[in-house]
Design a protein around this ligand. Structure first.
Ligand SMILES: [Fe+2]
Ligand SMILES: [Fe+2]
Length: 189
């Protein structure tokens, strides 16, 4: 009886490196830390985009704090709480972006002199509660568009950054949704 030994189908696995290659590659350029040869995104461009997002987050932190401190009127208490929560969440986003920039070998640009020019969203003080909510909604919609474009640009070339951006985008969409409800309901316009 002839017996054909089962052969390992190499076609699907041929793109994978063997163990010795993996080990040898890991020893090269260890100063790159988490970034290895299989990283195929344009690292400088990714760092630049993350720094733009970082500037945007800080401008949003400052704008939400301003709105939190300045909110006045009958409806202010519940809206104030939202402003504060959003400020804190934008701060968390900024922290995660800065950490990823460093992981990629870059430096987070937190220079306050240039923050608002590098931000996608604007720092709008808002004249009253309704105006503040409206400006925050506009800023969130800008953030949503820019995060979605970054995610599309990065694609599967840097899945860790992509996942981070997706998680932030999800929260920006929640922010926009909450602000939209406030505009409709709380302020009656
Ligand atoms: Fe954010
Ligand atoms: Fe947000």
């Amino acid at each position: 009886m002839s017996h054909t030994p089962a052969t390992f189908d190499k076609t699907s696995a041929s793109a994978l490196s063997d163990r010795d290659t993996l080990r040898a590659n890991a020893r090269k350029r260890i100063e790159d830390g988490a970034i290895t040869d299989t990283y195929t995104a344009d690292r400088d461009q990714v760092i630049k985009l993350l720094n733009e997002a970082l500037a945007t987050e800080y401008v949003c932190v400052l704008r939400y704090y301003r709105h939190y401190f300045m909110a006045k009127g009958m409806l202010a208490d519940s809206i104030k709480a939202e402003f504060l929560e959003h400020a804190q969440q934008e701060q968390e986003h900024a922290g995660k972006l800065a950490e990823r920039i460093v992981q990629l070998g870059g430096e987070p640009d937190l220079n306050p002199d240039t923050l608002s020019q590098r931000s996608h969203a604007e720092y709008k003080e808002g004249s009253d509660l309704h105006d503040m909510v409206k400006e925050d909604l506009i800023a969130e919609r800008i953030a949503i568009d820019s995060y979605r474009q970054m995610i599309n640009y990065i694609g599967d070339k840097d899945t860790t950054t992509k996942r981070l951006l997706e998680a932030i985008l999800e929260q920006e969409e929640q922010h926009a949704d909450e602000l939209s409800d406030m505009l409709e309901g709380y302020t009656g316009r």
